[in-house]
Design a protein around this ligand. Structure first.
Ligand SMILES: *Cc1c(COP(=O)(O)O)cnc(C)c1O
Length: 370
């Protein structure tokens, strides 16, 4: 068994210290462990309505083609995204989930002598992609759980090559003001890439949405990532995308695997994008669920962080991990966020009215249990 010892020492420095990403607990796993059925999972910010029926039909329609390689350029999906968002197809990069694009950016732009800035309580994939390529993370303390842009700006130095900003942020749901965000991006040195992660863009109140795509003409160092995993209900097929300058897209395209987006995902995403009705219903269910959960929290005397996403983090004033375990025993999967330095919070994805009620009932039981 000597090899197991040495194998860790063979890994590059950054990887030796990496802590793997912890996903939300799968429903099947809890079924296996506790022999429960009728489990409610509100742990991974998935769409409680499921995928668009049109996306499901599109997947069926391409099944007979599965022996063929997919279109490695994603021509049709890029065309549809370009039309919808009024960009040039050369500004689009498709990823195996937007997480892949975050990784492509790191591999394209970072060396071990570079520094990367992101906020405390920001999305857990940023430190992973940073460390995996041996770059150094500069984590800037949050302000009221959100990004402190002034402090982040002050953290920029000659080594800063990349900045990650999630807007809204996960797991806090905090949203930056459009003008403050643009001022921040505009003040960055040209040598510093800004990744604006808009995984929850569709859930932002239309009055609060930034015209981030409009900024691309002015800032060639800006990259905006979005995904089909959340509002579009396609987390299972893994597809996300980014908008950037054509030059940045060209570079990412050199690094990516030739067929990083599979045929089912490409077909599903194109159909989902066209199903504006399903998206609208998704947003309405989310808004109603947000009101339902916050009303429940108020009744329980709990405070929460106002969220612009499809999830909300509530302050339990006790161990989030232990409440998480007690909820599991009642068939409800939430997300403890101790790894985000929020040990007394629990993050809950907004579900259907019935799922939200199951969660609130279980939480009430757990918190009033002596
Ligand atoms: C969920 C999420 C993503 C991406 O998920 P993919 O499924 O890889 O597209 C990216 N950023 C944030 C902040 C997220 O919460």
């Amino acid at each position: 068994m000597k090899t197991t010892e040495i194998i860790y020492q063979l890994a590059v420095q950054g990887v030796q210290k990496l802590v793997p990403y912890q996903p939300g607990k799968p429903i099947e796993e809890l079924e296996r462990e506790l022999g429960l059925t009728d489990i409610v999972k509100l742990a991974s910010n998935e769409n409680p309505l499921g995928p668009s029926p049109k996306a499901m039909q599109a997947v069926k329609d391409v099944m007979s083609e599965l022996a063929r390689y997919p279109d490695g350029n994603g021509f049709k999906l890029k065309r549809a995204l370009a039309d919808k968002f009024d960009v040039d197809t050369r500004q689009i990069t498709l990823g195996n989930g937007s997480n892949e694009i975050l990784e492509l950016v790191a591999r394209t732009f970072l060396t071990p002598s570079d520094e990367v800035i992101f906020s405390q309580h920001a999305f857990a994939v940023y430190p992973i992609v940073t460390q995996a390529v041996g770059a150094t993370a500069r984590v800037v303390p949050a302000h009221d759980y959100g990004h402190d842009l002034e402090a982040m700006r002050q953290a920029v130095n000659s080594k800063t090559r990349l900045i990650f900003i999630a807007n809204p942020n996960n797991p806090t749901g905090t949203l930056l003001k459009a003008n403050e965000l643009e001022n921040f991006i505009g003040a960055l040195p040209e040598s510093c890439i800004c990744v604006l992660d808009e995984a929850y863009y569709e859930f932002i109140d239309s009055n609060d949405r930034a015209d981030s795509i409009g900024w691309l003409n002015r800032y060639p160092n800006l990259l905006i990532t979005r995904t089909f995993s959340k509002a579009y209900g396609l987390a299972g097929v893994r597809i996300g995308y980014s908008f950037s300058s054509p030059e940045m897209a060209d570079l990412l395209n050199r690094v990516r695997q030739p067929f990083n987006n599979n045929m089912l995902a490409l077909a599903a995403a194109e159909a989902a994008l066209a199903d504006t009705e399903h998206l609208q219903r998704t947003i309405e269910v989310n808004d109603a669920g947000m009101r339902q959960l916050t009303a429940g929290f108020r009744q329980l005397g709990l405070e929460w962080i106002p969220s612009s996403g499809n999830f909300i983090s509530v302050h339990l004033k006790r161990s989030g991990e232990s409440v998480y375990q007690d909820l599991l025993a009642r068939g409800v999967i939430a997300r403890p966020i101790g790894v985000y330095q929020m040990p007394e919070h629990l993050r809950i994805s907004i579900g259907t009215q019935t799922e939200n009620q199951r969660f609130l009932d279980a939480l009430t039981e757990v918190l009033t249990d002596v």
